[in-house]
Design a binder for this molecule. Structure first.
Ligand code: HEM
Length: 395
């Protein structure tokens, strides 16, 4: 997958190089300069596994509440950009909807129904882009159910999600991006406002219901900000995990044979896929004090990019880290982050991808194979995944 890096990456690595393939540069940084200042990103990148675990588990030194955060500007102040008691309050309110037992009993049957409905709609075609026709709409439909949103079209949720993500990364201050973001924000707010009265009177297992009926209920503007972080952060990642895991399975015949013989191995395919290509490759933090990290003294207020995508390829933790290998010895990947902001949707993601999406896709689309006329493309470093998944099967 990764090509050999030709020149020392140093501080002059461009965002385009990182977008195309960040792994050669990450490897160089881990070995030579593990916390480099990257002018193009306006951040120090934290690239080694042990330094990232240290950052994640010392929130008093590394704040998630970044000054001037675009996430906060675009979505409103939400749990992802809060620390301490304020973070705990938002997270506690949402968390009951995403506990493993609720995921198993409440959401997993919905995930199965959604996967089957989507496949019913295109199975007769015998070919299609499984990223566009399956991974994306399935993640949208599953997320709408988990949130308690009703009558929201798959495409609207995907458009809103992309607009919010683009806004959260709009360092170039592009007015078109702000306009799309504003439209998305209005759409999300209207969808939330439409369900609040119903969920107020009829609690169900959803996230919005949990926020309304928590011991310390969230106010409507707090619900709006936190729902936006779910929409920005709970759609792309399962979509990209489905895309990468399906692509890896289709290009590794030994893995395919193994999961066809023993479907419980889909769980290992999922974990290895999010280790190999972390759907969230980078997330931000800011130092609260002067601190030494990876041999570099960082001033108070320094902006960091915590590179989960690099930690998951750290050769001191994972042997042959660039290889996709479902038999590798267990080691702790950081695809779901760590510390107080550890992904709240971890169990929902495992259920929807490993338990439902992948086994259902490979079981129902007989003779599934890649369409050799149309190559699979990958992109991204802040978020990374396949950009298409053209496939054919026996209709
Ligand atoms: C494979 C799928 C997923 C991956 C790899 C992933 C990854 C992550 C990561 C790395 C973080 C930490 C970010 C940080 O510390 O700044 C995070 C946080 C979060 N994720 Fe996920 N995520 C996935 C799926 C989901 C899903 C399906 C949902 C919702 C249903 C979700 C909801 C959240 C929320 C609400 C947070 C913020 C938690 C907090 O701030 O306390 N995620 N996720």
């Amino acid at each position: 997958m990764s090509t050999a890096y030709q020149e020392p990456a140093g501080a002059d690595v461009t965002l385009d190089e990182l977008y195309q393939d960040p792994y050669p540069a990450f490897r160089w940084f881990r070995e030579h300069d593990p916390v480099p200042w990257i002018p193009a990103a306006g951040r120090y990148l934290v690239t080694r596994h042990r330094d990232i675990v240290f950052v994640d588990t010392h929130p008093e030194m590394f704040s998630a509440d970044e000054q001037g955060s675009l996430v906060t500007r675009v979505m409103g102040h939400n749990m992802l950009r809060k620390d301490g008691a304020a973070h705990d309050r938002d997270r506690r309110a949402a968390e009951p909807a995403l506990r493993p037992r609720i995921v198993k009993e409440h959401w997993t049957p919905r995930f199965q129904q959604n996967a089957d409905d989507l496949i019913d709609g295109f199975i007769e075609n015998g070919s299609g882009d499984l990223f566009r026709d399956f991974a994306g709409p399935l993640s949208a439909r599953n997320l709408a159910a988990i949130m308690g949103l009703r009558d929201v079209a798959d495409q609207d949720l995907q458009t809103w999600s992309q607009a919010l993500i683009d806004g959260a990364g709009n360092y170039a201050d592009d007015p078109d991006v702000w306009a799309r973001c504003e439209a998305a924000s209005l759409g999300v707010d209207a969808a939330i406002d439409a369900v609040i009265p119903y969920l107020q009177a009829n609690p169900d297992g959803s996230v919005i219901s949990a926020m309304l009926h928590a011991d310390e209920p969230l106010a409507p503007d707090e619900i709006r900000a936190n729902v936006k972080v779910f929409i920005g952060g709970g759609l792309n990642e399962p979509r990209d995990a489905v895309g990468v895991a399906a692509w890896a399975t289709l290009t590794h015949p030994e893995v395919r044979r193994a999961v066809e013989a023993d479907p419980t191995l889909w769980r290992r395919v999922f974990e290895e896929a999010v280790r190999w290509i972390a759907p969230i490759g980078m997330y931000p933090r800011q130092t609260t004090q002067e601190v030494e990290l990876g041999g570099r003294v960082l001033p108070a207020g320094a902006r960091l990019g915590v590179c989960a995508g690099s930690a998951n390829r750290d050769e001191t933790v994972f042997e042959r880290p660039d290889e996709f290998d479902i038999d590798r010895p267990p080691a702790p990947h950081v695809a779901f982050g760590g510390g107080p902001h550890f992904c709240l949707g971890t169990w929902a993601a495992r259920a929807q991808v490993a338990q439902i999406a992948l086994p259902t896709l490979f079981r129902r689309l007989r003779g599934l194979r890649l369409d050799e006329q149309d190559p699979v493309r990958l992109g991204g470093w802040v978020f990374r995944g396949v950009l298409n998944l053209p496939a054919v099967w026996d209709a």
